[in-house]
Write a protein that binds this ligand. Structure first.
Ligand code: TYM
Length: 347
């Protein structure tokens, strides 16, 4: 590169041929089918065509401190990382690490805080939902999406594979980056959310008008299928899923609970919806539920087996996460240096 071709100091470095992917999950509770179908499955599917970074976002889990069990948080973070790998992430193709092991995330979040208008955060749907009815609201909860923006922007991320509920946070990340660029010059790659065509919003089995969520699953056993549930528990949750008093199994005409079951079946089975509809047409919801149980049990069995193997060798998982954090830090530190240079701080 001749001096005239060289990017200006602090500018975004040249990009590799493969898109960079970043995503993460909170270790607040055991992962469920919504996390798998909305996010994890697409991480695994695209990993060999992309350059991937996947994080367990333990600092985000602290934003509802009442729900945190400090004695178990570390173990849960490791367990979520093990679930990433058990679901098929290849540690050669993907960097897997725990957010708090890379301190650049919190430092970058501060620098982004300083360019983020308060109103943008107050408008976030998830903030409003999580604070609804609460007397005391932590600053961390309001600031949650800024830390998420730091996670994403630190890795020069092109694509963020997530479920539908996270799209607003990714759009906010772009807005924060653009505002930073106006104030201090271009240092970030602008990311976009990538949402699966089907499965981006899996609904609660016991209440198909609300999204399947980890916090509700902790309170109501029939709400979710968790990825580590044994076949009996999976059967029980799906067979008692809320449907309606009709026999309508055509997706377009079906009620929310039936649509949800058809969606889960279709995503895991892979055949076109019309074929599945024909298979259970006129047979009632019992037949549909049995088909869903079968496909979920089949999909989760190999994941559960790999998870058990990983649990048997904790040292190996720790070593992998240490390597992941080291690799992640290389990129994160370079981006943070650009950000600090742009605003005029740092040695
Ligand atoms: P979290 O832990 O709530 O959810 C992890 C992923 O699972 C998806 N998801 C769902 N998809 C379909 N149906 C559902 N019912 C369902 N429930 C959850 C979520 O969309 C998400 O993709 N804020 C993020 C964590 C995060 C992050 C990031 C994500 C922190 N930093 C940077 C991407 C990039 C969250 O709460 O995820």
């Amino acid at each position: 590169m001749t001096p005239s071709d060289a990017p200006p100091i602090g500018a975004v470095p040249p990009r590799g041929p493969r898109p960079r992917v970043f995503s993460g999950m909170q270790p607040t509770s055991d992962l469920h089918l919504g996390n798998y179908l909305g996010a994890l499955r697409q991480w695994v599917a695209g990993q060999h065509e992309r350059d991937n970074v996947f994080c367990v976002v333990d600092l985000h889990a602290l934003t509802i401190p009442e729900a945190i069990d400090p004695a178990h948080l570390r173990a849960r973070s490791r367990s979520v990382a093990a679930m990433y790998l058990a679901s098929g992430l290849d540690p050669e193709a993907s960097t897997v690490f725990v957010q708090s092991h890379v301190p650049e995330h919190t430092e970058c979040a501060w620098l982004l805080n300083c360019v983020t208008p308060l109103g943008w955060l107050q408008r976030m749907t998830q903030f409003k939902a999580k604070t609804d009815g609460r007397e005391s609201i932590g600053t961390g909860l309001l600031d949650y999406p800024v830390l998420q923006a730091a996670d994403i922007l630190l890795y020069d991320t092109d694509e963020v594979p997530v479920g539908e509920d996270q799209v607003q946070h990714i759009e906010l990340t772009r807005d924060i980056a653009v505002r930073f660029h106006h104030l201090f010059g271009e240092v970030f790659v602008l990311p976009k959310a990538v949402v699966p065509k089907s499965g981006a919003r899996i609904m609660g089995l016991d209440e198909p008008t609300v999204k399947m969520s980890k916090s509700i699953a902790d309170e109501r056993p029939g709400h979710a299928v968790r990825l580590l549930d044994p076949p009996d528990a999976i059967r029980k949750a799906i067979m008692s899923a809320v449907t309606d008093s009709e026999r309508e199994t055509r997706f377009e005409q079906a009620s929310p609970g039936v649509r949800n079951l058809l969606t889960i079946w279709q995503v895991l089975d892979g055949r076109p919806m019309a074929e599945l509809e024909a298979e259970v047409d006129g047979k009632g919801y019992g037949a549909l539920k049995k088909a869903v149980v079968a496909v979920v049990v089949d999909a989760l069995a190999p994941i559960q087996a790999r998870y058990a193997e990983l649990q048997a060798d904790p040292a190996e998982l720790d070593a992998l996460l240490a390597r992941g954090a080291e690799r992640a830090r290389g990129t994160a530190a370079a981006t943070l240096a650009r950000v600090k240079a742009a605003v005029g701080v740092g040695a």
